[in-house]
Design a protein around this ligand. Structure first.
Ligand code: ZN
Ligand code: ZN
Length: 287
């Protein structure tokens, strides 16, 4: 059986875009992240990295879609096949989609990346390691800003509103460490909660207009991963009723359960619900 150790080649559905590479891939893996799923309209994608200088387009040059700053997605301008991905976080290599290989059977995946984002109906029994939250935050996304934001805006309602009151127990060092190790997800209601809390703070004259604007800008700059998956009302209702939680708190628990993430909170009811349902407490919340 052949493999990719000497390189390989590939093409799009219509054959207009072609590529070749002459070195072994740096890695080969499956990715379950939502971006890859959306970009390929598939439950997950399989791809491999090839160092620049070892690959070239041999047919038509594909079109490029910049899906976010620093991220280039190459696709065939004729048939639309996704071909490759380049990101600022991997400046030395390009990522080709394994299914575009002329000989896809030569692909040798070694792991499932971003397993914490996998779809519940995808459960391959291939024995490969399942990696969780491998994404590391960029220094510009330093989570110390989360601490300042939350302390500035929520100190006046400490102990009255949760989950945000849990922020009173966060320390800068703990959040910086968390930021280096993984990413931080929030439910879709978080932007609404944040917005309302800051508006409310100004209406109660706790902060002025300039401060509110500054805090809103800072919240946006945090680039927290906002969960966009549709959540059934019945699922939220069942969780909230079972654990005597508000629907808001249940949304955090539902997210933690579905993405298999630890949860950052100091709310007693939520902590009890987490213990009962096997959700870990995020390490960056001080005890
Ligand atoms: Zn094509
Ligand atoms: Zn991905």
């Amino acid at each position: 059986m052949t493999d990719l150790s000497q390189g390989g080649s590939g093409h799009c559905l219509c054959g207009a875009v072609r590529y070749a590479f002459d070195a072994a891939p740096n890695w080969q893996a499956h990715c379950h992240c939502e971006s890859c799923r959306r970009a390929t309209s598939s439950p997950y994608t399989s791809y491999f990295g090839v160092s620049h200088g070892h690959w070239r387009w041999t047919g038509e040059t594909p079109k490029v879609f910049m899906s976010s700053p620093g991220v280039k997605r190459h696709f065939c301008g004729t048939c639309g096949s996704p071909m490759a991905f380049e990101g600022d976080r991997w400046p030395h290599e390009i990522h080709f989609f394994a299914a575009t290989l002329d000989d896809p059977a030569a692909f040798r995946p070694a792991a499932h990346a971003n397993w914490n984002e996998h779809l519940p109906w995808v459960n391959p029994d291939d024995g490969l390691p399942r990696m969780r939250t491998p994404r590391r935050l960029h220094p510009a996304e330093d989570m110390a800003a989360v601490l300042r934001l939350v302390q500035d805006s929520f100190a006046f309602m400490r102990g009255r509103i949760d989950p945000p009151s849990s922020a009173a127990r966060l320390t800068t060092a703990d959040i910086a460490r968390q930021a280096a190790e993984g990413e931080v997800w929030v439910p879709a209601l978080w932007p609404l909660e944040m917005c309302n809390l800051l508006l409310g703070a100004q209406r109660r004259r706790r902060i002025d207009d300039a401060k509110r604007r500054q805090l809103v800008a800072r919240a946006q700059a945090l680039r927290l991963r906002v969960d966009r998956e549709p959540v059934a009302i019945t699922a939220l209702d069942a969780l909230a009723a079972r654990h005597a939680l508000s629907a808001y708190a249940a949304a955090y628990l539902e997210l933690a359960l579905r993405r298999r993430l630890p949860l950052a909170t100091a709310d007693k009811a939520l902590l009890a619900a987490m213990r009962a349902s096997g959700v870990d407490r995020a390490a960056f919340v001080a005890r």
